[in-house]
Design a protein around this ligand. Structure first.
Ligand code: ADP
Ligand code: TRP
Length: 218
């Protein structure tokens, strides 16, 4: 019998920290034996904020190495780079055409990141969750293990799937599988070390705010 499928990814925006490990990767490692796992490096999501191309390529490889070092077994799980599969962007475009703008304007992460970008907010930042919906729905994923901060994006993914099914599905024949979020209570939201009201994040300019997985022991 085939196993249920899991899909998840991490942006290739810098060094991985304890929040990424406890909120995401640690769970993937545990789930590997019971699920058919698709785990990827989200480089198309990374470019929603400015990136240096050379550093982006290095970070993508580094993230893959970190997955493996943390215990993801490439013999057991499928590891891939998002931008290598044009289907992600293609499906995102189709979803763009049926997603109401106000669904995206409500996203908390967009509002937070848009403030940081000032006047130069790219359309990609607003569209970020639509690409994420494409990542997930393309693979018929049953479950999506992520940290708490991604909950709203997963709800949007479910809404997009529901809309496609309503518009294009036939009675009892859905087009897209509606995935379930998988958010563990423990480690779902590790806080910043410099501001206890914010989550630990790769994009925080202060290195003191986080513990990176690759930090030396001292
Ligand atoms: P970041 O916000 O640091 O750039 P990502 O957005 O790439 O991290 O997140 C990758 C995964 O790690 C997601 O599943 C996300 O929910 C999880 N994650 C990120 N930060 C935290 C945190 N502080 N606590 C728990 N999980 C987190
Ligand atoms: N947006 C996620 C994050 O910042 C990364 C991501 C992109 C993702 N596509 C995904 C996570 C699909 C789960 C499923 O953490």
């Amino acid at each position: 019998m085939s196993q249920p499928r899991i899909l998840s990814g991490i942006q290739t925006t810098g060094n991985m920290h304890l929040g990424n490990y406890l909120g995401a990767i640690r769970n993937w490692v545990e789930l590997q034996s019971q699920y058919d796992c698709f785990l990827f490096m989200a480089d198309l999501h990374a470019i929603t904020v400015p990136q240096d191309p050379k550093t982006l390529a290095e970070n993508t490889l580094k993230l893959a190495a970190t997955y493996i070092a943390c215990g993801i077994d490439p013999e057991q799980s499928t590891i891939f780079v998002q931008s290598q599969l044009p289907e992600h962007s293609e499906l995102a475009w189709l979803f763009n055409c049926i997603t109401p703008l106000n669904w995206l304007e409500r996203m908390i992460q967009f509002k937070e990141k848009a403030v940081k970008q000032g006047e130069n907010v790219g359309v990609g930042l607003l569209d970020y969750p639509v690409l994420m919906a494409a990542d997930i729905l393309l693979y018929d994923a049953d479950k999506v293990p992520v940290g708490e901060d991604q909950k709203q994006h997963l709800e949007l993914t479910r809404d997009i799937a529901g809309r496609v099914n309503d518009k294009f599905g036939k009675k009892k024949r859905y087009v897209l599988k509606v995935p379930e979020p998988m958010i563990r209570k423990e480690g779902a939201r590790i806080m910043s070390l410099t501001d206890g009201t914010k989550k630990m994040s790769k994009s925080d300019p202060s290195e003191l705010s986080r513990i990176d997985i690759l930090d030396p022991p001292d």
